[in-house]
Design a protein around this ligand. Structure first.
Ligand SMILES: Cc1ncc(COP(=O)(O)O)c(C=O)c1O
Length: 381
């Protein structure tokens, strides 16, 4: 390969560095204020023991093929049956990641004459699914239910004949705030459309029994959910909750379901145990609640941060370079906190995304908020 061919990429990376947007892979170190392992399940002995037991039972590490060929293991089907019951969906369909599930859903279900109205802050995986879909798409201002309604009405007035799809995150990954799900489900119902709620950050943490924020409005038949397994469920993969017809349609048409090796049956066994832990160990949610309240209280009193009301607490910095510097100071002090910059968040809203998990305690939260207050004060001098 000529060095000229590589130079274009080098120039692009240099451009990112000038804007303090360059990403690099950093080792996992420091006290965890970054991961999505909200309930501390990823390394919980009960979960790892279940995976070890599954190995003992002969459940294989690899599926050996697509679900449509030899790769359809009973562990996948058992997981899907249990997940459908747990999340209150007619059926569940398991994918190797939430990203893959969103791409599959949005590239497969909305049809050419449909409209997708998505929240302006929706996750990158939904954008990629929409980019691969044949239907029209439009962004609605963040959490503005009336704007979703108005966009659908405008589309119908202009001759829109198909089905409208509303796409939101039930709990936003970078802001920690919640979508107005009840109002959106009602709008979807009124327009004979679907509401797709990405529960990635609510699964296992919110809703009755950790069943997510959609619990209580599920069962209308027009609400589709995505529950990821790589966050509070401590493993990896994702479960779509769908009506049976749409599940069958996905199995027949979702290209990244059909033409991809099935996820590991061993991990499927692990997720089944994680669901049982969510059910049997409500104390984990209670403990997380206590830690979140303490962190919110301290961030408000020491830094004037407005509480998000969840385990995800953004601390807005604005400037990319400043966000990176503050994060670096915290990392030097032993706290794993990362700067989140555009394009992950809108221009001018670089922030620290603080995630509260059961991997920390009161003492660590107090030390972190003291250190953060000092780092920000130093930056303002
Ligand atoms: C809202 C949201 N949806 C989907 C995903 C993708 O899930 P996964 O990490 O399982 O690919 C993420 C992950 O960051 C997310 O935050």
């Amino acid at each position: 390969m000529s060095s000229q061919a590589l130079k274009r990429y080098e120039a692009k990376l240099a451009g990112l560095e000038r804007k303090a947007r360059l990403r690099t892979l950093a080792p996992q170190q420091g006290i965890d204020f970054t991961s999505n392992d909200y309930l501390g399940l990823a390394s919980a002995p009960r979960l790892t023991a279940a995976i070890a037991a599954a190995i003992g039972e002969g459940i294989p590490a690899g599926a050996g093929g697509s679900r449509l060929l030899r790769g359809n293991h009973w562990a996948h089907e058992a997981l899907e049956a249990e997940a459908a019951a747990f999340f209150g969906a007619e059926r569940a369909l398991y994918f190797g990641s939430g990203f893959a599930a969103n791409v599959a859903l949005f590239s497969t279900l909305p049809q050419r004459d449909d409209l997708i109205v998505h929240d302006a802050l929706i996750h990158a995986s939904v954008h990629d699914g929409i980019a691969a879909s044949k239907s029209e798409a439009i962004a609605a201002p963040h959490n503005d239910a009336d704007a979703f309604d108005a966009a659908i009405r405008r589309w119908r007035d202009n001759g829109g004949k198909g089905t409208p799809w509303i796409a939101v995150e039930s709990l936003y990954s970078m802001d920690g705030d919640r979508a107005p799900l009840k109002a959106l489900a009602e709008i979807a119902r009124r327009h004979d459309g679907f509401l797709v709620a990405d529960e990635a950050h609510a699964t296992g943490v919110f809703g009755p029994g950790g069943r997510g924020l959609v619990a209580g409005i599920e069962g209308d038949g027009n609400v589709i959910t995505l529950n990821t397994c790589g966050k509070a469920l401590g493993t990896s993969g994702a479960l779509l909750g769908l009506p049976a017809i749409l599940t069958d349609y996905m199995v027949n048409r979702a290209r990244n379901f059909i033409y991809s090796t099935a996820p590991s049956p061993l991990i499927a066994a692990g997720i089944r145990e994680a669901l049982r832990m969510i059910e049997d160990e409500p104390g984990r949610r209670g403990r997380l609640d206590v830690l979140c309240s303490l962190a919110a209280e301290q961030l408000q009193s020491k830094l004037g941060v407005i509480p998000s009301g969840s385990q995800i607490q953004p601390v807005m910095i604005g400037d990319n370079g400043r966000a990176v510097r503050v994060a670096a100071r915290l990392q030097d002090e032993g706290f794993d906190i990362r700067a989140i910059r555009p394009p992950t968040v809108p221009e001018g809203t670089a922030r620290l995304r603080i995630s509260i998990t059961l991997n920390v305690d009161e003492e660590k939260i107090t030390a972190m908020t003291d250190c953060l207050a000092a780092a920000i004060a130093r930056e303002q001098r």
